[in-house]
Write a protein that binds this ligand. Structure first.
Ligand SMILES: Nc1ncnc2c1ncn2[C@@H]1O[C@H](COP(=O)(O)OP(=O)(O)O)[C@@H](O)[C@H]1O
Ligand SMILES: O=P(O)(O)OC[C@H]1O[C@](O)(COP(=O)(O)O)[C@@H](O)[C@@H]1O
Length: 335
């Protein structure tokens, strides 16, 4: 096998497990005799020739670290043709054969944009806490973000119970409800407001009002946890809290989990996924693959054309939706 010169970068929202993935790529490259370099700060590093050589010593003791040792960025100028051309020139100057991009669907669009100007191989690996990439079961960072949200919901419930209050917990997800759905289920929330199930504010308010009343009747107390996906409630979480206080005649407290969900040590599921994908990406490069995302679906490694990852919308799926509608949102027919 001929040895190659391979580069890696992390782009878009950082996600726990990105370091585990970088480590796997470096170890796999070193084992096969490839040269591996890392560009810093996402696509900015490609434009500014900001890179460093990586080896297994440099990735020692990073598997458990959140964030990304290569840093990440949202590089707005990368959408321009001039940036694509400049990045291609810089990659050619370094004699790079293949680039691995760890990021979300925006980063994959960037990879395809680069491919219009560059003849090398481009491989995407799904890394985002949102899990909103079509063609894969889970993205690197998703499992850790669920755990972070769930441990916060557990804590919120303690104080919610003590004061018999309603709590609104806002989770990330951009415009997707995967994180909200999983956190609400694993955290045993009472209600969840997700983009995929959202109708209109008035209907949601009516339903919550009705269900809080049923809940109080049933349990004799008012502690009630609602998980809300960010960017969804038209005038924000505080406006929703105020509206609910009026409707339920109780105290409602909003909690925004925010960027806390992006940090922390990756859980083992994310480390294993990240390591598997890192190793497979190097193998795909050795096989001459180009323009694909390497991911896992239904237990197997899959290769998906990068364009497909954003041309199709990933859905919550029937099983998860049915589970939510059974376990949450008080759809029980109590005696
Ligand atoms: N259409 C595009 N063309 C070129 N580059 C893009 C495009 N969309 C996104 N990118 C690059 O990918 C980066 C990350 O995208 P973003 O959507 O912010 O995050 P994510 O990759 O996590 O979805 C952007 O800052 C930009 O550098
Ligand atoms: O860090 P920023 O730029 O404020 O972005 C916040 C967004 O990034 C995320 O944390 C991750 O999104 P991406 O992985 O798609 O970049 C979203 O959940 C959130 O909406």
């Amino acid at each position: 096998m001929t040895s190659k010169r391979i580069a890696v970068l992390t782009s878009g929202g950082d996600a726990p497990g990105m370091n585990a993935c970088i480590r796997a790529i470096v170890v796999a490259c070193e084992g096969a005799g490839h040269t591996i370099i890392g560009f810093e700060h996402g696509y900015n590093g490609l434009l500014e020739q900001n890179w460093r050589k990586l080896d297994s010593k440099k990735v020692h003791n990073i598997i458990q670290r959140g964030g990304t040792i290569l840093r990440s960025a949202r590089c707005k100028t990368f959408k321009q043709d001039a940036s694509g051309q400049l990045a291609a020139n810089n990659l050619d100057e370094l004699a790079i054969d293949a680039l691995i991009v760890i990021g979300g669907d925006g980063s994959f669009r960037g990879a395809v944009h680069l491919g219009k100007f560059w003849g090398g191989q481009v491989i995407g690996l799904p890394g985002t806490i949102d899990n909103d990439i079509y063609g894969c079961d889970a993205t690197i960072g998703y499992y850790t973000a669920i755990d972070t949200a769930v441990s916060s919901i557990d804590k919120v419930r303690d104080t919610a119970d003590a004061f018999e209050r309603i709590f609104l917990v806002e989770v990330m997800g951009r415009h997707a409800g995967f994180l909200g759905a999983s956190a609400a289920l694993a955290g045993a929330a009472n209600y969840v407001i997700l983009p995929e199930l959202f109708t209109d504010p008035e209907s949601v308010l009516n339903e919550i009002q009705q269900q809080v009343a049923i809940h109080r009747q049933r349990y004799g107390h008012e502690s009630y946890i609602i998980v809300l996906t960010e960017n969804l409630w038209p005038s924000g979480i505080n406006a929703l809290a105020e509206a609910l206080e009026t409707r339920t005649d109780g105290e409602v407290r909003p909690v925004i989990l925010g960027h806390v969900q992006r940090g922390g040590s990756p859980v083992s599921q994310d480390r294993i996924l990240a390591t598997t994908l890192g190793v497979q990406a190097v193998r795909s490069i050795e096989q001459g693959k180009n323009g694909i995302m390497v991911a896992t679906a239904q237990g197997d490694v899959v290769e998906v054309a990068l364009e497909e990852t954003w041309q199709h919308k990933k859905t919550l799926g029937n099983t998860l939706t049915h589970c939510m509608l059974t376990m949450l949102n008080e759809r029980h027919h109590w005696p």
